[in-house]
Design a protein around this ligand. Sequence first.
Ligand code: SF4
Length: 90
Amino acid sequence: MPALEALAKDQNWRAFARCADTDPELWFSVGAVEHKTAKRMCRSCPVRRDCLNYAMDSPVDHGIWGGLTERERRRIRRQAGGGDWRRLVA
Ligand code: SF4
């Protein structure tokens, strides 16, 4: 089943996620303090780019993914205007 294999491969980055053993509340909270803490952890995450790609391409509307809040991801999508959002993210 090539489609399932491709999906599994695409999701392998999750095994290296820095947040894997943390409280999910931190990533889906609306509080500024929680956002700051989560984003600090994302900055040193080895799979940050994969995580952001997943959240932007799915798209995932809630939570912090790839170091960006849902509001930040929406803004980038809007700025990209249907084009490649990757050029807007350093
Ligand atoms: S970038 Fe952040 S949200 Fe994504 S896997 Fe890493 S720690 Fe988790």
